[in-house]
Design a protein around this ligand. Structure first.
Ligand code: AMP
Length: 198
């Protein structure tokens, strides 16, 4: 039988446009896009126990504790629609979470990690604009800058790790949604073809 499972991640600084691109990639590969940020926001909106636990943390731009985040992802990946693959957006965000994910998908390595590369100043400008439009509680200028720092300190080091694993696809995130989507598509095709040939 042919292997059709595709396990992907998209990584990049907050505001790089990951969510928009994630939706397109997921559709193209016929896998669910799983965003930990979306899961948390939905729980906050719904007033669930989880939502109450994470609301203040998210509003400060801090990371939700690993134990909680890992458990949520493990539950989500165990659902039927993720059996044929998935695209993770916003997880893993630190080395501890990478190890947790490795444990969850043991023996079924990730196929590719898309890195959306953008200039931090451009990103902050974009987030300030989004704050105006959507009014997210974690979109004040101070929190926006803090989230960039958290990314630089905790998440950016993962890029090296995925590069060493030979699964990193770096894409220039500057341009229209369509242009960036096109770059991601060709980068992923090359990576997946190379992997299939190994
Ligand atoms: P995002 O939409 O991915 O930018 O996530 C919004 C917020 O949710 C982040 O600033 C964190 O507070 C929290 N969050 C999302 N994903 C994670 C994660 N993998 N680990 C810890 N906190 C997370």
């Amino acid at each position: 039988m042919t292997e059709t499972t595709t396990r992907l991640l998209i990584i990049g600084p907050p505001g790089a446009g990951k969510g928009t691109q994630a939706a397109q990639i997921a559709e193209r590969f016929g896998v669910p896009a799983i965003s930990t940020g979306d899961i948390f926001r939905a729980n906050i909106k719904g007033g669930t126990e989880l939502g109450q636990q994470v609301q203040a943390i998210i509003e400060r731009g801090e990371l939700v504790p690993d134990s909680l985040t890992n458990e949520i992802v493990a539950d989500r990946l165990a659902q039927a629609d993720a059996a044929g693959g998935f695209l993770l957006d916003g997880y893993p965000r630190n080395v501890e979470q990478v190890h947790a994910l490795d444990g969850m998908i043991e023996g079924d390595a990730l196929d590719a990690v898309v890195l959306l590369e953008v200039d931090t100043d451009a990103v902050v400008a974009r987030l300030l604009k989004r704050a105006e439009l959507e009014g997210r509680a974690d979109d004040t200028e101070e929190v926006i800058r803090h989230r960039q720092d958290v990314y630089a300190e905790q998440t950016a080091p993962l890029v090296e790790l995925f590069s060493e694993r030979g699964i990193l696809v770096s894409v220039d995130g500057l341009g229209s949604v369509e242009e960036v989507a096109e770059r991601i598509a060709s980068g992923l095709d090359a990576q997946l073809a190379a992997k299939a040939g190994r």
